[in-house]
Design a protein around this ligand. Structure first.
Ligand code: BES
Ligand code: MG
Ligand code: ZN
Length: 478
């Protein structure tokens, strides 16, 4: 990871980036008169967004940031501007850069550094020439009186959590089976301080988690159920927050098999929710936020085989509900349902689940943001929506009317795992709701969890979406 630190002063031999707007005058920086005239000319007359001054002992880049419609959108412009500069920095083999700002808002400076660090992420594990391909930029320093060490520690924690989440998503099933996912979560817990407990298949059987076991039935690898807990001294909330993440390490669709191109081919991303929960637990504990949080990850792959569950099967869930399975590709809701009913034992303040749950959420809003639904958590949802704007992982709320609940009623069982032809994200949400009895928010991240083309600092492949969102939400609780 590209480390971010803060410094109070900068020598005139350090490569620097200065964030600026059209009115900035750069009095603090030792530019010559000619250089200043040149800079002003580039920014004011030529309307350049970037000006580079090659001084004898260093390079100075000026990044001109256009003010957005809101402060949050200006922050987003900063993240993108940071990521845009990476190509130049890495081509110049720059190792360390110091960012300073002529803008008023410290969030903009932090966002720019965040964009640099997130954009600089690479997944090189399966490249033979790792050394050659590795980005040269290793260290980002922020110079700004307003930025304190706590800001930087929090930024690094959220970054590292996001990047771990990306790597988990990028790992193929070849490596990341359910068992391996649990092991990776254990490693993250050791490093940042949260506790981890892993239930094996026999424990899952004794808990009668019929949804998780049904999805796992066609697999040759056992399922896992991972419980994370962060309960620091002096935590502020009486009742715990519970995070639940879908951990389908690969989704073939099962016997309701998916076609390969642009469908099954990227289904290693189907544990994006689990990655977000583990990444958020990492970030929160690394930053030592005084909040009591529990994370639950049911995990398995979903495969066809001689012993796979079939359409028409009726399965008994952890809470005793009978579910008629009409499509084995609607597996996420089955494993999540068991985790959601397991969560009841914590008497939670709020449960948030994150899942790459439905293609129909992508049909609705694409990969730009996530869709959300909630029950009994109006205010908390509003807070989460605000965090969404702050970190630019935005929530689009879908209606959650009773009629959608009617669509999952079954002839022969209590409910079925398939709704009607329309509103698929909502009927999936209604299915999950059946297993909750507490304030609850559901986030369908099928769109933004994985990108098949690079998008600025969000990168390509796993994005780590959800980690910065949840981290910001919990920062606002302390
Ligand atoms: N994992 C998929 C959803 C998905 C689609 C995630 C695209 C990421 C990108 C999920 O398990 C699934 O297969 N959903 C089905 C449900 C349907 C059978 C009711 C879908 O959305 O098509
Ligand atoms: Mg599926
Ligand atoms: Zn799935």
């Amino acid at each position: 990871m590209t480390k971010i630190s803060s410094v109070t002063s900068v020598s005139n031999q350090e490569n620097i980036i200065i964030l600026a707007d059209k009115k900035s005058n750069f009095v603090d920086i030792d530019f010559s008169k000619q250089e200043l005239t040149y800079i002003k000319d580039c920014i004011a007359k030529k309307e350049q967004k970037r000006v580079t001054i090659n001084q004898y002992k260093r390079v100075a880049h000026i990044a001109v940031i256009d003010e957005g419609k809101t402060v949050e959108l200006t922050s987003e412009a900063c993240r993108r501007a940071g990521s845009d500069l990476l190509a130049v920095l890495n081509a110049d083999k720059i190792n360390r850069i110091t960012v300073m700002s002529a803008l008023k808002n410290k969030d903009h400076l932090l966002a720019f550094a965040e964009g640099l660090a997130l954009g600089n992420y690479q997944f090189l594990k399966y490249k033979k020439d790792k050394k050659k391909l590795a980005a040269s930029l290793k260290s980002i320093r922020i110079q700004g009186k307003e930025v304190n060490t706590k800001d930087v520690a929090r930024l690094n924690a959220a970054l590292q959590g996001s990047l771990y989440a990306r790597t988990l998503v990028n790992e193929p099933l070849w490596f990341l089976t359910a068992t391996q996912l649990s092991k990776e979560i254990q490693k993250m817990g050791k490093e940042s301080g949260f506790k981890v407990q892993v239930f094996s298949k026999s424990k899952i059987q004794s808990l009668r988690m019929g949804g998780l076991l049904a999805v796992n039935k066609g697999s040759i690898d056992p399922p896992t159920f991972t419980i994370m807990e962060w309960k620091p001294k002096g935590y502020k909330n009486k009742k715990p927050y519970v995070l639940v993440g879908k951990g389908v390490v690969f989704d073939t669709g099962g016997l309701s098999l998916k076609p390969t191109p642009k469908s099954m081919d990227f289904m290693k991303c189907d544990m994006g929710g689990a990655a977000a929960v583990a990444g958020a637990m990492y970030a929160v504990s690394k930053a030592k936020l005084p909040v009591h949080i529990i994370g639950l990850v049911p995990a398995t792959d979903n495969r066809p085989s001689g012993n796979a569950y079939v359409p028409g099967d009726v399965i008994t869930m952890h809470d005793g509900t009978f579910v008629e399975v009409l499509n084995t590709d609607a597996e996420g809701r089955l494993i999540l349902a068991d985790a959601l009913s397991y969560a009841k034992r914590y008497k939670p303040e709020l449960v948030i689940d994150l899942a790459t749950l439905t293609g129909s959420s992508i049909a609705a809003i694409g990969t730009v943001g996530m869709v959300s639904m909630h029950e009994g958590a109006e205010k908390q949802h509003e807070k989460l929506r605000e965090s969404g704007h702050h970190v630019h992982e935005r929530l689009a709320e879908l209606p959650f009317w009773d009629e959608y609940g009617e669509m999952i009623k079954s002839e022969i069982a209590d409910i079925k795992n398939l709704g009607g032809p329309y509103g698929g994200s909502i009927t999936a949400g209604k299915f999950l709701h059946h297993f909750t009895d507490y304030p609850w928010i559901h986030l369908d991240i099928a769109g933004p969890a994985f990108l098949d083309g690079r998008d600025s600092y969000r990168g390509i492949g796993g994005t780590g979406v959800g980690v910065r969102l949840l981290f910001d939400f919990f920062v606002n609780k302390v």
